[in-house]
Design a protein around this ligand. Structure first.
Ligand SMILES: [Zn+2]
Ligand SMILES: [Zn+2]
Length: 132
């Protein structure tokens, strides 16, 4: 008979934990997203979703700023904006590497690539004008 709670042998079990399949009494089981979990499995289930961590994560502003500089630099002030974007992108990557709660690694890399292309085009354009 497994009709008793595995943590309270004197209390009848009311259900099974979705996580570990053990029998638990009403005091031990907690409902989470429509499923029943025991105390320790609830912590694991929550840990898998990490809603707290997601809330604490924030996009790295430096990465966004690097991206805008790189994009605007394609049209105007490339000589100033592209090197600025490169510096910002490196700064953003440093910030993100140091702080696991910051997101935007992909954006920082994209901004860096874009800025390098933009700067090359700006220089080529400049050289082209000068040699005419
Ligand atoms: Zn469990
Ligand atoms: Zn119990």
């Amino acid at each position: 008979m497994s009709a008793q709670c595995c943590q309270h042998p004197e209390t009848p079990a009311v259900g099974h934990c979705t996580g570990c399949a053990e029998a638990f009494c009403g005091n031990c089981l907690l409902e989470l997203g429509g499923s029943l979990y025991c105390g320790s499995c609830k912590v694991l289930a929550l840990g898998g979703r990490t809603p707290m961590l997601e809330k604490m994560m924030s996009p790295c502003e430096e990465a966004g700023s690097a991206m805008s500089s790189a994009v605007i630099g394609f049209f105007i002030f490339g000589f100033i904006l592209q090197p600025m974007a490169i510096i910002k992108a490196f700064g953003a990557r440093k910030q993100i590497a140091a702080n696991p709660l910051l997101t935007g690694w992909g954006k920082a890399n994209a901004a860096l690539t874009l800025a390098l292309i933009g700067l090359t085009l700006t220089i080529l354009n400049f050289v082209g004008k000068v040699s005419q």
